[in-house]
Design a protein around this ligand. Structure first.
Ligand SMILES: *Cc1c(COP(=O)(O)O)cnc(C)c1O
Length: 396
C-alpha cells in the first residue's frame, strides 16, 4: 500500500522533533524594535537584524507613508515592463554613491540577488568557489548555476588559492559573505582580492551584515578595508537589515549591471519592490550616513556585552560586529537556554544544525544602536543564570 502524502511528510516531521531540530514561529504583535510584544509577552529583543534601529524610525516611516500616497501600494509590474519607478532609480544612484561603485541594481530580496547574480555570471564549464560558512542563498545560487561548485575552508585564502590554481578553463567566481551571518567575523577581503587578482578570479562579496554597520559612512566592509570596484567587482548588500526596510542590491561596473539586467532571471521575472519601500530606504540611507553616533553606540554595546560574557566564563567567537554568538555547542542545551531566556523576557536566536555545523550550537545575540547599557547588562545576567540552571538539569 502506498502511504498518503501526509503520512510520508509526518514521519519526517516526527523525526525532526526527536532530533530537537523542529522550528516554530512566534507571533510578533508589535513593531520590530528593541522592546517587542511576542506571544502576548513584552520582551527585550536581541535577535533582529535592524542593527541601527531604523525599521521603526519616524522619518523612515513618514517617507514610506508619503511614497504610498504618491505611488500607490504595489509597483504593479517588473522593472523591465514599466515597473521601474523614479524612486527605484534614485535609490540605485544613491547606493552606487554610498558604495563607491559606478552603478547599483535593486533586487526584491537578498536571496534573489544572490541567486540571480551567480547564475548570470557563470555557466557550464565555469567554477564557483564558496567559503564553507557562506549564507544559504549563495550556496543555492552556486547550485542553481550550471558551474562546478566547491567550498574552501572558512576564511582560508591559502586553501582557496590552491583550488583556483587547479582550474584550467572557464570563469572563476569566488563568493564570500562579508560579515559571516552566524559567526559575526569578517572575511579577509584584502587577501581574497589579492588572490583573485593573481589567479584571474572574480570576487563577489555578500555584505548583508556589513552595510550600514561598518565603514565611516556605513558603506560596509569594502569601505572598512578601502577596496574599490577593481578589488571587489561584485558587491551585494541587503536593505532589510541595517537599512531597516526591505530589498537588496548589487553594485559594480556598468558592464556588470547591464549583464544582470539582461540575464539575471530573479531580476527579470519578478515584480519590482513597492516604490514606497525605495522611498523609505532613501531616507534610511541618509540617516545612516549622517548619524555616525549609531555606529559608535553599537561599538560600545559590543564591547560591553563581550566583557560581560567573558566575565561569566562563556565562550565567544572573534566577532567585532553586532552579531555576537555565545557558543553552547549542544543543540538541545541551546534550545532550552533560548526558551529559558524567553521566559525571562529576552529574545535571542538559538541557532542549531543544520543552519550551522553539528556541535557548534550557539545563542546568536544581535545588538542594536537602540539598546541601552542597562538592557545589555540585564541580558548578560540572564544568560549567566539561565545557562547555569539549564546546564545543571541538562547534565543530570
Ligand atoms: C539575510 C541574508 C541574505 C538574504 O537577504 P534577504 O533580503 O533577507 O533575502 C543574504 N545573504 C546574507 C549573508 C544574509 O544574511
Amino acid at each position: 500500500m502506498t502511504s498518503s502524502m501526509d503520512q510520508v511528510l509526518q514521519a519526517r516531521l516526527d523525526q525532526r522533533q526527536i532530533d530537537n531540530l523542529y522550528r516554530r514561529r512566534h507571533l510578533l504583535q508589535s513593531a520590530q524594535n528593541s522592546i517587542v510584544q511576542v506571544d502576548g509577552k513584552t520582551c527585550v529583543a536581541f535577535c533582529s537584524n535592524d542593527y541601527l534601529g531604523l525599521a521603526s524610525h519616524p522619518a523612515v516611516i513618514d517617507s514610506m507613508r508619503r511614497g504610498v500616497e504618491t505611488y500607490g501600494v504595489g509597483s504593479g509590474a517588473s522593472h523591465l515592463v514599466y515597473g521601474h519607478s523614479q524612486e527605484h532609480h534614485a535609490l540605485e544612484e544613491e547606493l552606487a554613491a554610498l558604495t563607491g561603485r559606478p552603478r547599483a541594481l535593486l533586487f526584491s530580496t537578498g536571496y534573489m540577488a544572490n541567486l540571480g547574480a551567480i547564475r548570470a555570471l557563470v555557466d557550464k564549464g565555469d567554477h564557483v568557489y564558496q567559503d564553507r560558512l557562506n549564507h544559504a542563498s549563495l550556496l543555492d545560487g552556486g547550485l542553481a548555476s550550471n558551474a562546478s561548485c566547491q567550498r574552501y575552508r572558512h576564511a582560508d585564502v591559502g586553501d582557496l588559492t590552491r583550488r583556483l590554481g587547479k582550474a584550467e578553463h572557464g570563469r572563476k567566481l569566488v563568493v564570500t559573505d562579508g560579515v559571516f551571518s552566524m559567526d559575526g567575523d569578517l572575511a579577509p577581503l584584502p587577501a581574497l582580492a589579492r588572490a583573485c587578482a593573481e589567479q584571474g578570479g572574480w570576487l563577489m562579496v555578500d555584505d548583508a551584515h556589513g552595510f550600514g554597520v561598518l565603514g565611516k559612512n556605513g558603506g560596509g566592509l569594502t569601505e572598512h578595508y578601502g577596496l574599490d570596484v577593481t578589488d571587489v567587482p561584485v558587491l551585494m548588500g541587503t536593505l532589510g537589515k541595517a537599512f531597516g526596510t526591505f530589498g537588496a542590491f548589487v553594485a559594480g561596473s556598468d558592464a556588470l549591471i547591464e549583464t544582470l539586467i539582461q540575464y539575471a532571471r530573479t531580476y527579470i521575472y519578478t515584480t519590482a519592490l513597492p516604490p514606497s519601500v525605495a522611498a523609505a530606504t532613501r531616507i534610511s540611507l541618509k540617516i545612516l550616513r549622517r548619524e555616525t553616533w549609531r555606529r559608535e553606540k553599537l561599538l560600545s554595546l559590543i564591547e560591553r556585552f563581550r566583557t560581560g560574557i567573558d566575565e561569566l566564563g562563556l565562550e565567544l567567537l572573534n566577532s567585532p560586529t553586532p552579531i555576537q554568538p555565545v557558543m553552547l555547542h549542544d543543540d538541545a542545551l541551546c534550545y532550552r537556554v533560548g526558551e529559558g531566556l524567553r521566559a525571562r523576557g529576552f529574545l535571542v536566536g538559538a541557532i542549531r544544525s543544520p543552519t550551522i555545523p553539528v556541535g557548534s550550537a550557539r545563542l546568536r545575540i544581535t545588538l542594536c544602536a537602540e539598546h541601552t547599557d542597562d538592557q545589555v547588562d540585564a541580558l548578560v545576567e540572564a544568560i549567566g543564570k539561565t545557562v547555569a540552571e539549564v546546564g545543571k538539569i541538562h547534565s543530570e
